[in-house]
Design a protein around this ligand. Structure first.
Ligand code: ADP
Ligand code: MG
Length: 699
């Protein structure tokens, strides 16, 4: 699409330098191509003319034909308005204008037939439309009407007459010249097989659909195309990596057998066994592994990571685990050390705050090969940290681990890129995982260790607080500990801190010394103070921990079995789920209590209901995706998914699957895309690559 579609938008008639600057800034529209790809997000149905008697409260918009019977100005000053009585043979409604009254008066007249379009509002039984759109009736209106595209726009653009209508005009002006220049991006046989429109037709109908049927087909075709190329890119990446990157062979299982026979502290779950098998088959394949391990909080990922490490170490290699923060690194270290000690396996921790002497020791141990497992933060990626023979890198939380950092793993050892296992406790819905991580293989631990009691989740309104306190006292009497968490949202930090302090005071009143002891932890404390309070709770010296969400990462207190979340309506689903995961770690029945005010928005209610209904992280992630859309979910920004023009990942899973299969089939039959029938695909891949290069230069 070079040439014409790269033309700067200011050259379009009716745009000019000022408007084009606004289009650049507000909507990222720079070229003709960008404008053509600025798709409507919905359509107003102008295909039907309704009778006035059929207008009802459920309609968001309505189109009616009729005559203006009466026009009058009423009210004065700011209440002044123009009111028209508009009738057909079934009844009448009011049309009102609050602004531009003189302008409207000049242009409309009683007795003429008009077609009116707008949002009906009801005052009692009487319908009224404020600031309707009004056109003189012509026979065109009987010939089926049309779907009016509604384009995303902004306040600034509206003030420059680039509202949805204005944008629509620009597109309409551009389309006739553009359409003949639109190149097919998919070969005829694929369009035929999957029932897709030609690209040019699809573009025409996405902007100006002839009817719902065409619109549906146009949308489907453009989504398919978009997803096909996303998937093609990911699959190509994967293909080139598995072809190019030889993997270290790690197939000696003697050490693992020894661990299984003598030291395994519990039976592995079926899911854990399955994942270990998947990893092992990568280790002995001769290809470098890139695998994503998903497992809910408490599903036993640490043991899986440890066993994979044993496989590596048994084959004379070393292993490392890299975590995004110091707290998480320390926690992983603690978890792994527990298992490593069973085997007398040398293990060490390296973070930004490790002392020089300890650092030197670690570095020496790594280079000699004596140190087998290193856990830490990004400090591990520094050049001076070198392994004798690094075979496996476990990475916690892909989201914060970029391509450049992955590349650093190259320089760590033996000339092989180590096998990579990315662990995440953020359940990612399948659709998103396929798009975000399509270049990684996926393993899922979808089973919790046996005997774990599912956490019971309850919803309570604020006015039931006394009753809840009574429940907490009973739990404390049984020897349990309790978290009470308050939201912390940055913009309103002051307010939140006040909420927290008020909450703390009322908790302290209800749970008085000396019988009860309460800790408090929040972001405004000094680190020492925070640590001190945390430790008191961890050691069981206090019964209740009142905290802001700082506890989301970092503490593991198996004896804490109740999680109370205040203002739960203000938390997102993912966060609620993570917080709940702080309890349910011991053998006791655990509880999560979601406190909210009485009035809840529809979305808040859905979130709360979802939490009460299920503990399944994947179900929760799916609901989250549906409520929020993918743009909001952590990680999607960096991955370029925000660049999807038309696909809605929360709704388009089916198309995604079909497009992925099509992409895979294409690459299976023709990995180099060199067959003549793949000419269009090759061209499109090249032009996307060129664009990506351009973008990376700009940004
Ligand atoms: P994750 O890292 O996935 O959140 P962990 O590895 O921390 O989960 O495991 C949570 C707890 O469950 C730990 O105390 C661990 O020892 C225990 N655990 C792990 N796997 C099993 C199993 N198969 N059977 C019983 N307990 C297990
Ligand atoms: Mg863990």
């Amino acid at each position: 699409m070079t040439g014409f579609f790269d033309t700067r938008v200011e050259f379009l008639k009716g745009v000019g330098p000022q408007k084009s600057a606004l289009l650049n800034k507000e909507l990222d529209i720079f070229t003709y191509g960008d404008l053509i790809q600025h798709y409507p997000f919905r359509y107003e149905d102008r295909t039907r003319l309704y009778k006035i008697r059929d207008i009802n409260r459920d309609m968001t918009h309505v189109q009616v034909k009729g005559v203006i019977r009466n026009l009058a100005i009423s009210g004065i000053g700011r209440k002044k308005r123009l009111v028209a009585v508009f009738s057909d043979d079934t009844g009448s409604i009011e049309l009102t204008w609050f602004q531009g009254i003189q302008w409207v008066m000049k242009r409309i007249s009683t007795g003429t037939e008009y077609v009116v379009f707008g949002r009906p509002q009801f005052f009692g039984a009487k319908a009224s439309i404020a600031h309707p759109e009004l056109e003189a009736y012509t026979t065109r209106h009987d010939a089926g009407g049309y779907l009016q595209p509604v384009y995303p726009t902004t306040e600034k653009l509206r003030s420059r007459y680039l509202d949805s209508k204005g944008l629509s005009k620009l597109v309409k002006a551009l389309l006739p010249t553009a359409i003949p220049k639109i190149r097919e991006t998919l070969p005829g046989y694929i369009r035929e097989r999957y029932g897709l429109m030609d690209k040019a037709e699809a573009i025409r109908h996405i902007h100006f659909p002839a009817d719902q049927k065409w619109l549906k087909l146009a949308r489907h075709s453009l989504k398919f195309e978009e997803l096909f190329y996303v998937q093609l890119r990911l699959l190509t990446l994967k293909l080139s990596r598995t072809e190019k990157l030889k993997g270290m062979l790690l197939k000696d299982t003697a050490l693992l057998k020894h661990f299984y026979e003598s030291h395994l502290p519990f039976n592995l779950t079926g899911a854990q066994k399955r994942v270990i098998k998947e990893v092992y088959s990568d280790f002995k394949s001769g290809r470098q592994m890139n695998r994503l391990l998903q497992g809910d909080v408490g599903s036993g990922k640490t043991m899986v990571a440890f066993i994979c490490m044993l496989l590596a170490i048994g084959s004379k290699a070393q292993a490392t685990l890299i975590a995004p923060t110091q707290i998480l690194a320390e926690q992983h270290y603690k978890g792994l050390k527990e298992y490593a000690e069973l085997m007398n396996m040398p293990i060490a921790l390296l973070t930004g705050s490790s002392k020089i002497k300890a650092r030197r020791e670690v570095e020496a141990g790594l280079e000699s090969g004596e140190l087998k497992i290193l856990v830490g933060t990004h400090a591990i990626l520094e050049d001076r940290v070198r392994f004798e023979n690094l075979g496996l890198a476990v990475i916690d939380e892909q989201h914060r681990f970029g391509v450049a950092q992955r590349a650093k793993l190259w320089n760590k050892g033996s000339g092989y890129m180590p096998h990579v296992l990315v662990m995440t406790a953020t359940p990612i819905p399948r659709t998103l995982a396929m798009t975000l991580y399509g270049d990684l293989d996926l393993s899922v631990i979808d089973e919790l260790p046996a005997g774990r009691k599912p956490i019971q989740t309850m919803h309570a309104y604020d006015n039931k607080r006394l009753k809840i306190f009574g429940f907490l006292k009973k739990q404390i009497a049984l020897g349990r500990q309790v978290y009470i968490v308050y939201p912390l949202i940055e913009e309103s930090e002051k307010l939140d801190l006040k909420d927290l302090m008020d909450g703390y005071e009322s908790v302290a009143r209800a749970f008085p010394l000396p019988e009860y002891k309460v800790s408090i932890v929040h972001g405004k404390q000094k680190p020492e103070e925070k640590e001190f309070e945390m430790q008191r709770f961890v050691k069981g010296e206090t019964n209740i921990m009142v905290a802001t969400t700082v506890i989301e990462v970092g503490v593991n207190v198996p004896n804490a079995s109740v999680m109370v979340i205040e203002n739960a309506e203000r938390f997102g689903l993912a966060q609620l789920h993570q917080l709940r995961g702080r309890v349910g770690r011991g053998a006791d029945q655990s509880y999560c209590i979601l406190m909210t005010k009485y009035e809840l928005s529809k979305d808040s209610r859905t979130r709360i209901d979802t939490m009460v209904r299920t503990n399944d992280g994947f179900e929760i992630a799916d609901t989250d995706l549906k409520l929020r859309g993918p743009g909001d979910i952590e990680g999607t920004r960096q991955s370029g998914l925000a660049d999807l023009l038309i696909t809605d990942l929360s709704k388009d899973e089916e198309i995604l699957k079909i497009a992925r299969d099509a992409a895979r089939e294409t690459l299976d039959s023709d990995p180099g895309l060199s067959l003549p029938e793949h000419r269009e695909i090759r061209q499109q891949v090249d032009s996307i690559r060129k664009n990506v290069i351009n973008w990376s230069r700009i940004s």
